[in-house]
Design a protein around this ligand. Structure first.
Ligand SMILES: [Zn+2]
Ligand SMILES: [Zn+2]
Length: 231
C-alpha cells in the first residue's frame, strides 16, 4: 500500500513493529493526526506512541511531505520553562518561534517536538542544575555535577519519527552538529543545513557562549563576545 496522506499513517502503523532504533531499540507508531491551525500558519499535528516511555512526542507537519526531497525540518526538545513560561535563561522559545515562523512561510516542513526536557535530564533536574548555575557553574559543569553528561538527548526516536512520516530527505534547521550526525547514523538522508542563529539577551549570553565553546554548537560568537565585554 503506497501511502500519500498523513492520515493514512495511523492505519499503516496499527500493527507496526520493528527491531527499533538506537541502543534503546526505540520504536514508534503514529496514533493520531489532526489539523492544527497556529499563529504561525496551518499545520497538522501527528501524535506518536513509543515503546520506551510515556513521552508523547509529536510532529507538526506543514503541507505534503511524504516522499518529498529537501523538506525543511526542525528538531525541538521540550523546554517547559522557555517554551511555555517565557524564561530568558535559554533561547529555546526564540528558537521554537523562529523555526515555526520559517516553516509557516514554507510550502512544506516538519517540526518534531521531542519531550526530552532539559537536554534529556528532566524538569526536576534542570531546576537543580539552574540552582548550581545560580552559584556560578556553567551549564555543562552543572549537568556534570548532577551526574549527567552535558547532553543526554538521544535522536534515535527523532530518526524513527522522521522515517515514519517519510520525507525523501530533510534540510535540517540547526546549529548542533550532533543532530545531523545522529540522524545520518540512523539512516535519515540529510540533504542540507539551515542555520538558526538568534541574538542573545542579557540573561542567556553565558548559556550561548557555553553552547558554542564547550558543546560544539555552530554559533557565531562575535556578537555574543562583543556584547559580553560591555558588561
Ligand atoms: Zn518501529
Ligand atoms: Zn530552554
Amino acid at each position: 500500500m503506497k501511502i500519500t496522506d498523513l492520515e493514512d499513517l495511523v492505519e499503516r502503523d496499527r500493527e507496526h513493529r520493528c527491531e527499533g532504533y538506537g541502543a534503546a531499540r526505540v520504536c514508534v507508531r503514529v496514533v493520531g493526526v489532526a489539523r492544527l491551525p497556529t499563529r504561525f500558519g496551518d499545520f497538522r499535528i501527528v501524535a506518536f506512541w513509543n515503546n520506551r516511555d510515556a513521552g508523547d512526542h509529536v510532529a507538526l507537519v506543514r503541507g505534503d511531505v511524504i516522499g518529498q526531497p529537501d523538506v525543511l525540518t526542525r528538531l525541538h526538545s521540550e523546554c517547559l520553562t522557555g517554551d511555555a513560561l517565557g524564561s530568558l535563561r535559554c533561547d529555546c522559545r526564540d528558537q521554537l518561534e523562529a523555526a515555526l515562523r520559517a516553516l509557516g512561510r514554507a510550502e512544506r516542513g516538519i517540526l518534531l517536538y521531542l519531550r526530552q526536557e532539559g537536554r534529556g535530564i528532566g524538569l526536576m533536574n534542570k531546576v537543580r542544575a539552574y540552582a548550581l548555575q545560580d552559584r556560578g557553574l556553567d551549564t555543562v559543569d552543572a549537568n556534570l555535577a548532577l551526574g549527567f553528561r552535558d547532553d543526554e538527548r538521544d535522536y534515535a526516536i527523532a530518526a524513527h519519527m522522521l522515517a515514519s512520516i517519510g520525507p525523501a530527505s530533510v534540510r535540517l534547521m540547526t546549529n548542533n552538529p550532533q543532530k545531523i550526525d545522529q540522524l545520518r547514523a540512523h539512516g535519515i538522508e540529510v540533504s542540507g543545513r539551515v542555520p538558526l542563529v538568534l541574538p542573545p539577551n542579557r540573561h542567556n549570553r553565558n548559556y550561548l557562549r557555553t553552547k558554542a565553546l564547550r558543546s560544539g554548537h555552530w554559533i557565531d560568537l562575535d556578537g555574543i563576545l562583543d556584547e559580553q565585554s560591555e558588561e
